[in-house]
Design a protein around this ligand. Structure first.
Ligand SMILES: CC(C)(COP(=O)(O)OP(=O)(O)OC[C@H]1O[C@@H](n2cnc3c(N)ncnc32)[C@H](O)[C@@H]1OP(=O)(O)O)[C@@H](O)C(=O)NCCC(=O)NCCS
Length: 164
């Protein structure tokens, strides 16, 4: 739980794949043809809920996380997270706080490393990751193909015991 001035209290609620998620559109999620193999990757999901001063609970976005293995040992497993905030709630600090909450929650489950990757031109997400305490690590060249072609991604991480 975390409070954002003038908005309210933010909490994360685990949801299943089929649970409705707030509408959100983004040029960074215009995928084009999806790969069948990618559909089989298991994603955990959370709703980002805002409790306003009047006690109303609004779904304002959603988060996801999937496992990435950097070696065959249990300690080499990390989580890569993704985020989408409804348009009318963007630019008010929700994205930064929500990703900080998810990183803390995954650390408390025992994941030492939490990753996030984002397009090199997605300045809003890069700013939100800085506010969430993530550190920039480098560029994943030509890592993602979307409808309009190939794109470089930035890799960021939040490491328990190192990042706040
Ligand atoms: C990216 C996203 C998650 C950020 O969440 P948010 O709630 O808007 O983020 P915050 O309010 O915490 O921070 C946004 C920051 O980016 C800045 N920003 C917003 N749009 C920007 C733009 N086009 N160019 C530069 N900076 C921008 C804001 O000013 C703010 O910076 P500040 O703290 O210095 O004022 C949200 O905008 C979103 O869902 N976008 C569409 C989906 C997406 O891109 N997801 C990430 C895919 S990896």
């Amino acid at each position: 739980m975390s409070t954002i001035d003038d908005l309210g209290r933010l909490t994360l609620r685990p949801i299943g794949d089929d649970h409705p998620r707030p509408h959100s559109s983004s040029p960074y999620e215009d995928w084009g043809q999806m790969a069948d193999e990618a559909r089989s990757v298991k994603h955990r999901r959370w709703l980002v809920e805002l409790t306003t001063g009047t006690g109303e609970v609004l779904p304002v976005g959603d988060l996801s996380a999937h496992e990435v293995w950097h070696g065959p040992t249990p300690g080499s497993r990390c989580m890569n997270i993704g985020i989408s905030i409804a348009e009318e709630f963007r630019g008010q600090g929700v994205g930064g706080v929500a990703q900080a909450l998810l990183a803390a929650s995954l650390h408390s489950e025992g994941f030492v490393r939490v990753e996030a990757s984002t397009d090199v031109t997605n300045v809003a997400e890069q700013r939100a990751l800085v506010k969430a305490g993530f550190a920039y690590e480098g560029t994943l060249r030509s890592a993602q193909a979307r409808r309009d072609g190939r794109h470089d991604l930035q890799l960021w991480s939040h490491v328990s015991g190192i990042d706040s």
